[in-house]
Design a protein around this ligand. Sequence first.
Ligand SMILES: [Zn+2]
Length: 206
Amino acid sequence: MCSFGECAVSQPAFILSLPDWLEEFVSNSRRFFPTPEERMSFVIELSRLNVLHRGGPFAAAIFCMEDGSLLAPGVNLVLSGGCSVLHGEIVALMAAQMKIGDYDLSSPGSRQYELVTSTEPCAMCLGAITWSGVRQLVCGARGSDAEDTGFDEGEKPPRWAEGLERRGISVVRDVCREQASAVLREYQASGGVIYNPRRNTSAASK
Ligand SMILES: [Zn+2]
């Protein structure tokens, strides 16, 4: 029997709330973002604001592909949520699926959705994207940009983008890459926490 106190508590309920500042920011933003650059700029701004609120430098959002409307935003909540899986992409997918009431964002009769992420997905998020039902992935910074600041992408297949394409998920890379990666560099320069540092001595999970 485990002697640690945390093993003795009853099983938890899982409640995920988006930060108040995010709700306020989205409610004051426009709803429609016609171009990929506009959608990415919105997501990059979320990543920058998340850093200002002591979160990780990553954000994502789900948009409708037909009209560019925002369905759900997400920011990295690993630190504030005390949970390693709360990457921006995961949070956005969870929020989107809760909003439409379906685990599949491309179920029959559904609108088509894309995931816009400020940095290319890590190994965990790559898997989550595969099962989510999004039809397109749009990326800002490269995974190598995140790794240059000390974060860890995990063990991704070298041709991961082609793998998504084979599953019917188109991939668009390097949208506003410089602006997206600037947030990563600013976070690093400000002494932001590089969490999950146990993989090796120099890299951490994003
Ligand atoms: Zn991730």
